[in-house]
Design a protein around this ligand. Sequence first.
Ligand code: NAP
Length: 436
Amino acid sequence: MTENSTRAIGVAILGMGNVGTEVVRILTDNAADLTARVGAPMEIRGVAVRDLGKPRGIDPALLTDKPEDLVAREDVDIVVELMGGIDPPRMLIREALQSGKSVVTANKALLADYTGELATAAATAKVDLYFEAAVAGAIPVIRPLMQSLAGDTVTKVAGIVNGTTNFILSAMDADGSDYNETLAEAGRLGYAEADPTADVEGYDAAAKAAILASIAFHSRVTALNVYREGISNITAHDLASAKALDCTVKLLSICERIVAEDGTQRISARVYPALVPLEHPLAAVNGAFNAVVVEAENAGRLMFYGQGAGGAPTASAVLGDLVMAARNKVHGGRGPLESTYASLPIAPMGDVRTRYYVSMRVADKPGVLSTVAGEFSSRNISISTVRQEGAGEDARLVVVTHRAPDAALSETVAALEKMDSVLSVSSVLRLEGTNE
Ligand code: NAP
């Protein structure tokens, strides 16, 4: 036991919104158990908010609108950042780490771009920087990747890590409804924000992919390295076509280790809506739930499933980190920090081998199928299935390919769009979760 073990651990909480409120509640309600687990009581020294006038249900003396003063207090050992956004959290976390305080944060937007800077500050000051809640809310995925799988080689991480988009796609799949109407319903039910861009355009999922890829592959990956497409172009027809192929559509965050024939390795980190076969475990993840499938050379396939957002579920992950950081303050030592020793380069999306589903409206006349097929074969892309739907003005071809470089596939789609016999390419989606 260190000299710290007899005194309380001072905790500063920055932000008392959805997550912060639940963190304060759990810290208060479970104080006795948490003290036993940590080996010393954790005491809230203060809670920083923007609006001091809002009723919070806690001792008003704890509240402050000056987070920088709270962070600087001598009696604070751990700072829990639950404000969101890049600034001021970036500066506050850096200050905290530099002054020897451990930090727990759920801030994926910040971590996706600044983990390097913050981890360096934590390493220099020999303190903890924990962020389990930043990816997939309550679901333990950072710690399993960082610690449980530290002796294995992770080959792929693929997940549904955004509840809003999964809610929308699940609802469209269930009742055939259209995207805009389902987005409006998600807003009414509180599953989508007033400005849903970060969710529906895949930015949130890309930030999480950057964090997951960095940890899984011991390399530095930022949100800018993540290829990203959102779900705002997904139509009821796409969901119906997916169903006809025994698939559904999910917004996936995929982090993959790509090994070339000569053994060189690169990372692919990408986010897009993809067809997923119904027998794949991610196809059964519906509503606002999240799930992450990890594949590792020796462990095989592992799946983590649960509530990816919400005040209490996210607070559970924050408390897990807080207890770890507090134990380290009491007993000495610190948890593992990010490791980037592998420094693998990022593969451009064009080099990634994917499968495509292409749905197009075509002229209903002989020879169309063979000209369309010719565009694929001229780029060495082999077709897995072709389905003809409708007739006359509604004639459609739905082509599903085998795996090929993404650049060749998108070049083919561009060529199809220029063909006279192809009236329009109505939908292009990737197909994931198959072994072909
Ligand atoms: P939130 O409800 O918007 O709460 C933010 C809190 O921070 C509010 O209490 C706000 O004060 C305070 N705040 C903001 N800027 C401040 C400033 N400059 N000075 C002092 N206080 C400030 O956010 P949240 O949903 O709890 O999310 C918090 C963090 O957790 C974010 O990084 C988010 O990405 C992450 N996260 C959230 C979830 C989730 O389900 N909500 C899930 C995973 C991760 P006022 O109350 O006075 O406005």
